[in-house]
Design a protein around this ligand. Sequence first.
Ligand code: FES
Length: 76
Amino acid sequence: MSEQAPVTITVRPNGPLRVEGHIRLIDADGAEWDLTGKPAVSLCRCGASEKRPFCDGAHNRIGFQCMTSPGNLTGK
Ligand code: FES
């Protein structure tokens, strides 16, 4: 088994989840998106993208607001 760099997911303020690294992105039926040549993808977090699961910038148009950080977790 080869070692791969860990996947990094960055929560963008008021925006998408930026996913960097070697990932497989599949739907509920197991169909896979072809991410060949894409070192990173941005996944919609606001629900308004017309290209879900990918971000298309609609979060700006709708004024999506969501600031979060690990310090926001409760009970830890
Ligand atoms: S987070 Fe960008 S369109 Fe939803």
